[in-house]
Write a protein that binds this ligand. Structure first.
Ligand SMILES: [Zn+2]
Length: 392
C-alpha cells in the first residue's frame, strides 16, 4: 500500500473531477491537474485542445507529458481521462475515491484514470534511468470514439512514437490487436397500404423477416472465418472469429397500416488481419442474392461504419520484451491474444506504430457499471511492468 501512495493520491485527485464524456464537464480542470502533476515530477507537459474541431464548441483538452531521456526510441503510453456517467446506486460517492479492502472505488477509478495514475507513477519511479523516451497521452473523448482525443493528437497534432502501449486494458492478456467493425442498416422497401386491403400492399415487415432469416447463413459464413491470432481465454472459439449480428429492427407507425419500409441494423466484427473492403464486398454480394419471394421488394444496404481492426506482429521486441516485463514483475506468463472489441490502438496502428494493450482494468472491476473499482495490486504490478520495460 505505502508503495503506491503516490498513485493513490493522483487517482484521488483526478477521480474527483466528473469528466463525463457526454456533457464534457470538468475536462479542462482535469486535464490541467494531470499536466500540473506531470510537471511536478519533472515531465514536460503540453495541452492540445481540439475545441475548434468540436461541433458543440466545448473544450477537448488532451495532455502530452514527455519524459525525454535523449534515447533514440520513444514509447507512447496512452490513457484517457473521460468517463461514462456514474449512474445511480453507488455505495460510495463515485467522485470521492474510497480505498477499502485492497480496492479503490470511484467512477473512472479503473477505466481509465487508474492508467493515468499508474503512468505518472512509472515515470516518477524510473525518471532519468529510463532507456526509452516516454510520452504519456491522457486524452479526452475515448468513450465516444476518440476522434477529438487520441485521433486528434495522432492525426492533427502529429504526436508520434516508435511504439505504443494502450493502458486502457486489463491484466488478463497482452493484447496485440482488435476486431474492427462493419455496421449499418438494411432497408427492405415494399408498398404501403391499408391493413384491410393487404392484397393492394406489399408488406415490408414480411420481406425483412425473410431477409433476417436468410442472414443466418451469412452468420455461419462469418463464423467459419478464423484469425491466426488467439481470442482471449474463455472465448467461444480459441481463435478470433468472424461475427455477425442483427441488433435492431424498425418498422411500422400504426396498427392498421401495412408498412412500406422496414429496417434492420447490423453489426459485423472483423478479424484483426481481415481486409475491410473484401468483407464489405462479401456482404454486399450476399445481400444482392437474397430472394425475398416477390420481385417488387427493393433492398437498400447502407454501411455507416467500417474499419478499426489491426494487429501487431507478436514476434516484435515490443511484444516479447513487454511480456518478459510482466513475467519479471508478476511471476506469471499471460497469453498473447487479440480483443473481440475495438480500441484506441486503431489510431496508432494506422500510422504503422506497433501497438499493444495492457493495463489495470481487470474484467471484474465493474467498469462502466455501479461501484467501479481498481485492484491496488494491479496498479502496482502494471506500474512495475512498465518500469521494467522502460529500464531494460
Ligand atoms: Zn476506457
Amino acid at each position: 500500500m505505502e508503495d503506491i501512495e503516490y498513485e493513490i493520491n493522483v487517482l484521488k485527485k483526478i477521480v474527483s473531477y466528473n469528466t463525463d464524456s457526454v456533457t464534457k464537464s470538468c475536462y479542462r480542470e482535469c486535464a490541467e491537474a494531470i499536466a500540473e502533476e506531470a510537471e511536478k515530477i519533472g515531465l514536460k507537459a503540453e495541452i492540445y485542445d481540439a475545441r475548434h474541431k468540436a461541433k458543440d464548441g466545448l473544450p477537448r483538452p488532451n495532455v502530452v507529458a514527455t519524459l525525454d531521456v535523449g534515447a533514440s526510441k520513444t514509447i507512447l503510453c496512452i490513457a484517457h481521462y473521460d468517463i461514462v456517467p456514474a449512474g445511480n446506486g453507488w455505495k460510495y460517492d463515485p467522485f470521492t475515491l474510497k480505498v477499502e479492502g485492497g480496492r479503490a472505488y470511484g467512477r473512472g477509478a479503473a477505466d481509465d484514470k487508474s492508467a493515468i495514475a499508474t503512468l505518472l507513477g512509472a515515470a516518477k519511479k524510473v525518471g532519468k534511468s529510463a532507456k526509452i523516451n516516454m510520452k504519456i497521452l491522457a486524452t479526452a473523448d475515448e468513450e465516444v470514439g476518440g476522434e477529438l482525443g487520441l485521433g486528434y493528437l495522432i492525426n492533427d497534432v502529429g504526436v508520434s512514437g516508435d511504439e505504443a502501449l494502450i493502458v486502457d486494458a486489463g491484466t488478463e492478456i497482452l493484447s496485440i490487436g482488435a476486431s474492427g467493425i462493419v455496421s449499418g442498416t438494411i432497408t427492405v422497401k415494399g408498398i404501403q397500404g391499408h391493413a384491410g386491403y393487404p392484397h393492394k400492399a406489399l408488406n415490408a415487415v414480411e420481406g425483412l423477416c425473410k431477409l433476417v432469416t436468410n442472414l443466418e447463413k451469412f452468420k455461419s459464413f462469418r463464423e467459419n472465418k478464423l484469425s491466426k491470432f488467439d481470442a482471449p481465454p474463455g472465448s467461444y472459439k480459441p481463435k478470433v472469429w468472424g461475427r455477425f449480428s442483427v441488433t435492431m429492427l424498425q418498422a411500422g407507425m400504426k396498427s392498421n397500416i401495412i408498412p412500406g419500409a422496414a429496417t434492420a441494423t447490423f453489426d459485423m466484427r472483423l478479424l484483426p488481419e481481415e481486409d475491410v473492403d473484401k468483407a464489405r464486398m462479401e456482404f454486399e454480394e450476399f445481400i444482392s442474392k437474397v430472394d425475398l419471394g416477390d420481385p417488387r421488394y427493393k433492398v437498400e444496404l447502407n454501411i455507416s461504419l467500417s474499419g478499426g481492426n489491426y494487429f501487431t506482429d507478436p514476434s516484435l521486441p515490443l511484444v516479447q520484451n513487454f511480456r518478459v516485463a510482466i513475467e519479471k514483475v508478476t511471476g506469471k506468463t499471460i497469453p498473447i491474444a487479440a480483443e473481440l472489441g475495438g480500441n484506441d490502438g486503431r489510431y496508432t496502428s494506422a500510422k504503422g506504430i506497433p501497438t499493444i494493450c495492457y493495463g489495470p482494468i481487470r474484467n471484474d472491476t465493474n467498469f462502466h457499471g455501479v461501484n467501479e473499482f481498481v485492484w491496488l495490486d494491479d496498479i502496482k504490478s502494471v506500474r512495475d511492468a512498465i518500469c521494467w520495460y522502460l529500464t531494460h
